[in-house]
Each structure stands twice: as structure tokens, then as C-alpha cells.
Write a protein that binds this ligand. Sequence first.
Ligand code: ZN
Length: 67
Amino acid sequence: MGKVIDYYGILRVSNNFVPIYGTIKRCPVGGETYTEDVDTCKIHGVKLIDAMDIVNAIRDIATESTR
Ligand SMILES: [Zn+2]
């Protein structure tokens, strides 16, 4: 069933600050991001990817670059 992720913070990625509020989902077709509680892209009608995986990947990169 649907999982709920509580995640608050701000990611710094390549000098850009990316605020993160709750769950972020990303369209695999157009790349739009949704912070709303939606499962499918409103434009393309495809299933959205939960961006937490992407966030974790970015965090790994960010952690290395600030070392
Ligand atoms: Zn889309």
C-alpha cells in the first residue's frame, strides 16, 4: 500500500538550494516534479517515480563534495 515519508530539509546541490517538503515525485517522461499527493503525471498520465531514491543519490554526491 502507499507509504508515507516524512522528510523535511533543504538540499544544497551545485550551489542550488532545493527545499524538500514531504514526498517528491518525478515524472519519468517530462521530468516534472510533484510535491503533491499524486501518483500519476497530470500531463503525461504515467506513473510517477518516488524521488526519495534520487534525493538519497544527490545526498551521497553532496556529502562527498563537501568533504
Ligand atoms: Zn509528465
